[in-house]
Ligand binder design. Structure first.
Ligand code: ANZ
Ligand code: ZN
Length: 840
């Protein structure tokens, strides 16, 4: 027929792929199996698995369309492909839904998964659904509990009291990065500090490895590597001890600028520093100040921008190199307890925060580094100098550069015993305790007699109880009447279960391993997992550039550490795609309007003209989301996929527009008419042959480089040539081959056309065509035209043109005729494909 009907074709081919297990990955070879080793090239293609919020959004569609092109292309280039899908299905929204709508988090989640699975399947993704997993099911989280206990046994898990960010609305502890401008990332409530016993993973043991590993990830975006590097935040410096003047105690500070020690004019400690706590015991004003500090934000930006506040304790310390100097000790809001030692030496001339503080509290500011003439010890102005220079006003350091001075101070401190060189990481241990119901129960039992004990392996999984209520805020596990109560595995006396659950980032730290190998009785089989890992191409949003990727890298190393898996890095290749954006609209009253509430620049409801807002990331708050569901119904999967791939470079934002999807729909139909038009003519068409082979090579190169939009452009070029070409055998062959070239991107159309053209089997099972190198070579050359050895003109001619042709063309050149001005050439020397020299 002359029209491609996606509604029929999509469902039909999706069913065929499913019946044939077309995209089921070959089983790996499990440990101990005696089958011959499987030598097929393997490709593990993975998109970050979705959170089952309820509906697929355009961001998902873009993400999965890209991954699908890679997966299908890898199959066509002879790889065994693993391309799985699952659900990151624990987390707070399910509990919020439970509180708001009274549905059980499990029911809500599973219903969402069912709906989203159906929607995803509508896209015709080449996914091995037999490996589908959902992190909220005991079949998954039970294994996670086993791994947690393995890490516990290896000493990589510990429990300690720590100050946490408490979200008073969601009634939960938040990770630092879940606190945005001092507020909970979901609730928006002002965050408070609380002390709780928390479970931690020792990610800091791997700080150096995680940093060094970044150098090996050359298939990762540079910016992501940089973000991870900054997050790990390695600093080298000095830990120095300043004795209190009454010698009752010492204050240890950490500094990355030991060279500036002669410029130190005060010491500041964090509000949570033990000394501050001690001093506050009988000083109400200090207690109040500490409270005030706790209310302040904790992010780098907040600390940078907040007004620097201090409380003078009245204590002084002795400068370790100038014992006659006494420095005042302040409690200050810009010093963090959980970095370095929770105390700093203030060097106002060379540190902006210290300078602001010093000006405010009238503390001396002494210059100790200078980059020019001015070496006056009295530092003026309000801008600290942190550039390179020479040490001044610093006794034995005078004249040294900063690097040498640092080394000198560290050497002296170590020799004299008041300090030592120290490497410091910004990275903190990973607090994984969450006071929530909808998460993996931490498999621990607390016994009043025996203490903290792991749940015996035979009792795993520790299953979440179903009968919980969300009528009151807080963790339902805490108030569950029976679930908590268990006999102690050791003394059999009544004991209680840990009621904290694991951070959902734990669930996503190893799901890609479980995809690769999913035995029933253990988290994964090592040999089988190692056959697939690392993930060759991982695709996801840049919002996961730091935490998820760092945690997965850590988890992989931790598993290696305990001998369960020997993989250095989990994700060899990473791609972070851009967002899907849309215009925004407001009506006369300033209310946001959804795209389907607007027609021809007017509000459909009121008929009034609307104001066009900025193009922004699709979001519910701006009402500029477009639901993929109806679009898929209207245009079919291929047009939507093609749109997602075609418009912008994949790392950039993509603007969704009606006209855009209309355009891709028309192109799909254009291709269809091409497939309907073979002519059966016998002739050869060199132009078509060349265009085809250039497309074969070009599309492959662009898909390999993840330049999907360029691959799309190459197919457009070929289609243009074929549409213009007269019937020929070349054209017919090109049309047949074109089905393969579009197969990764337009799989339904490709299957349908392949079948109509008499192809055998499925297009999904075809190999990528070979490009004939001879046809890739440009067959025009530029030759030089000289007169008496001097360049006069250049001509572009067919390669292999004869001497006679070249001579004739050269003599016909306007420039040559002009230069010769009537003179008769004595001789014409022709070097084919290179030059013509006319001797006059
Ligand atoms: C003296 C000094 C002089 C400093 C100077 C800087 C410049 P990075 O590089 O990020 O590791 N610092 C140390 N511990 C701190 C804490 N708990 N809270 C707030 N600030 C802290 O930063 C290290 C520098 O940050 C340290 O070096 C210290 O200030 C400060 F010209 O010491 B510096
Ligand atoms: Zn006990």
């Amino acid at each position: 027929s002359s029209r491609f009907n996606p509604l029929k074709a999509d469902a039909r081919w999706q069913a065929v792929w499913e019946e044939n297990d077309t995209f089921v990955a070959p089983a790996g070879i499990a440990s101990g199996a005696s089958s011959p080793s499987d030598n097929a090239k393997r490709a593990y293609v993975l998109e970050m698995f979705p959170y089952p919020s309820g509906r697929i959004h355009m961001g998902h569609v873009r993400n999965y369309a890209m991954g699908d092109v890679v997966a299908r292309y890898k199959r066509m280039t002879g790889h065994s492909v693993l391309h799985p899908m699952g659900w990151d299905s624990f987390g707070m929204p399910a509990e919020n839904a439970a509180m708001e709508k009274g549905v059980h988090p499990g029911d809500w989640t599973r219903a969402n998964i069912a709906a989203m699975r159906t929607q995803l399947k509508r896209l015709g993704l080449a996914i091995d659904w037999s490996r589908e997993l959902s992190t909220c099911e005991p079949e998954y989280y039970g294994h996670e509990q086993a791994l947690f206990l393995d890490l516990y046994k290896a000493g990589l898990v510990y429990r300690r009291e720590s100050s946490v960010n408490w979200d008073p609305v969601d009634m939960t502890v938040l990770a630092n990065e879940q606190v945005i401008d001092g507020r909970g990332w979901r609730s928006g409530a002002l965050v408070e500090k609380r002390k709780l016993n928390q479970w931690f993973l020792r990610i800091t043991d791997f700080a150096e490895e995680l940093l060094e590993g970044l150098d090996t990830l050359d298939l990762w975006p540079e910016k992501v590597r940089l973000m991870q590097e900054n997050w790990i935040g390695k600093s080298q410096g000095l830990r120095a001890s300043f004795a209190l003047s009454d010698e009752s105690d010492n204050i240890d500070v950490f500094t990355t600028r030991p060279d500036t020690i002669f410029g130190a004019s005060f010491v500041a400690i964090a509000a949570d520093h033990p000394l501050a706590t001690q001093l506050a015991e009988n000083r109400y004003a200090l207690q109040q100040f500490i409270e005030e500090c706790r209310r302040g934000g904790t992010t780098a930006v907040e600390i940078e921008t907040a007004e620097k506040l201090g409380f003078d304790t009245g204590l002084t310390v002795i400068h370790p190199l100038e014992p006659e100097q006494r420095l005042p000790v302040f409690v200050a809001n810009f010093v963090l307890m959980d970095y370095g030692t929770g105390a700093v030496m203030g060097v106002p001339a060379h540190d902006q925060r210290d300078l602001e503080f010093a000006r405010k509290y009238d503390i001396p500011v002494r210059r100790v580094v200078a980059d020019g003439e001015i070496i006056d010890p009295v530092f003026k102005g309000n801008e600290a100098f942190n550039g390179a220079g020479q040490l001044v006003n610093s006794r034995f350091l005078d004249g040294m550069n900063i690097t040498d001075a640092k080394a000198e101070i560290i050497t002296r401190a170590e020799r004299q015993g008041w300090g030592e060189g120290q490497t410091q990481y910004r990275l903190r241990d990973w607090g994984v305790s969450r006071q929530r119901y909808w998460g993996t129960p931490i498999p621990i039992i607390h016994c009043g007699f025996c203490g903290v004990l792991p749940v015996p392996r035979a009792q795993l999984p520790v299953i979440l109880p179903e009968d919980v209520s969300f009528d009151i805020p807080g963790n339902p596990l805490d108030r569950h009447p029976t679930w908590k109560n268990v006999p102690c595995p050791n003394c059999k006396e009544p004991a209680r279960r840990e009621t904290d659950t694991l951070d959902t980032f734990v669930d996503s730290s190893w799901y890609f391993i479980r995809f690769a190998s999913q035995p029933k009785d253990q988290p994964f089989d090592r040999a089988e997992a190692e056959q697939w890992l690392p993930v060759g191409q991982y695709i996801g949003g840049v919002e996961h550039a730091i935490l998820h990727l760092l945690y997965a890298r850590f988890w992989t190393r931790a598993l290696k550490h305990i001998g369960r898996l020997d993989v250095a890095e989990p994700f060899a290749g990473l791609f972070t795609q851009g967002m899907v954006t849309h215009e925004t609209y407001k009506d006369a009253s300033g209310k946001w309007l959804a795209p389907d509430e607007v027609r021809d620049g007017k509000s459909i409801a009121s008929g009034d003209p609307i104001t066009l807002g900025r193009i922004e990331k699709m979001s519910k708050s701006k009402k500029n989301t477009v639901d993929p569901g109806p679009i898929l119904d209207g245009y079919g999967a291929d047009a939507v996929r093609w749109f997602m791939l075609s418009d912008s470079p994949p790392e950039r934002d993509l603007e969704w527009s009606e006209s855009g999807i209309e355009g891709t729909w028309r192109f799909v139909q254009r291709l269809w008419r091409l497939f309907d038009s073979p002519g059966g003519n016998a002739g050869v068409d060199k132009v078509v042959d060349r265009a085809l082979h250039r497309a074969i090579a070009g599309v492959a190169t662009e898909i390999d480089a993840l330049h999907f939009n360029k691959a799309v452009a190459k197919i457009h070029e070929l289609a243009n040539v074929l549409e213009k070409a007269a019937p020929s055998a070349s054209r017919d062959a090109a049309i047949t081959t074109l089905t393969r070239l579009i197969a990764p991107m337009l799989p339904h159309l490709a299957e349908e056309a392949w079948e109509n053209l008499g192809g055998k089997g499925l297009i999904a099972d075809q190999l990528w065509p070979d490009a004939d190198p001879a046809l890739l070579i440009d067959d025009e050359v530029t030759i030089a035209i000289q007169i008496n050895g001097k360049l006069r003109d250049t001509l572009t001619v067919d390669k292999g043109s004869t001497r006679e042709t070249l001579e004739a063309l050269a003599l016909a050149s306007d420039k040559v005729i002009k230069s010769l001005s009537g003179a008769v050439p004595k001789k014409v020397i022709v070097v084919p494909d290179r030059l013509v020299n006319i001797v006059a």
